[in-house]
Design a protein around this ligand. Structure first.
Ligand SMILES: [Zn+2]
Ligand SMILES: [Zn+2]
Length: 166
């Protein structure tokens, strides 16, 4: 959705409210498509006092795969966003200041990256997820598979060999 800064300044309330959804189902993060449901962007652009303040909240229903067992994990996520939009480049570089090139501000371009940046790097289905057996691939949360998963350190194996000789 586009917002025009000049029109916002000229408006009586000097603010533009927005509440809409975007389709981010094509967005790929770590080979996954986490946003299968529409993502809601809502908030307002307030232009009072010559400062363009964008206050928004992003609401997304996220579908990811557990990093250990690969089972689907679903959760709701809210990302608050607070940005100042400016067309001047003389103010000091600050994290929450975004330079815009024209009066036309594309909200998606400002807000969607905030959601992507806020995504968790690792998602687990549960804190103590046992993961998959590296030998047979069985989901160990569902029970033992019976594989011998002991990893033998090659240095210890050598020592064992020497000890066995005596
Ligand atoms: Zn898991
Ligand atoms: Zn196994």
């Amino acid at each position: 959705m586009k917002i025009n800064l000049s029109e916002a300044v000229a408006s009586k309330t000097q603010r533009v409210d927005f509440d809409y959804t975007v389709d981010l189902s094509g967005e790929e993060i770590d080979l996954e498509h986490p946003f299968q449901a529409p993502v809601r962007l809502h908030g307002s652009l307030n232009v009072q006092g010559g400062i363009n303040r964008l206050e928004a909240e992003i609401e997304a229903h996220v579908t990811r795969a557990c990093a250990r067992c690969l089972e689907p994990v679903e959760y709701d996520k809210r990302v608050p966003v607070s940005l100042i939009l400016t067309r001047k480049v003389d103010s000091e570089e600050l994290d929450d200041i975004i330079y815009v090139e024209s009066d036309e501000v594309e909200l998606d371009e400002l807000l969607v990256p905030e959601l992507i940046l806020d995504m968790e790097t690792v998602v687990l289905c549960r804190e103590d997820c046992k993961g998959l057996c590296p030998k047979c691939g069985k989901n160990l949360n569902e029970g033992e598979c019976g594989c011998d998963r002991r990893v033998i350190d090659p240095r210890l194996a050598k020592l064992q060999e020497l000890l066995n000789k005596d």
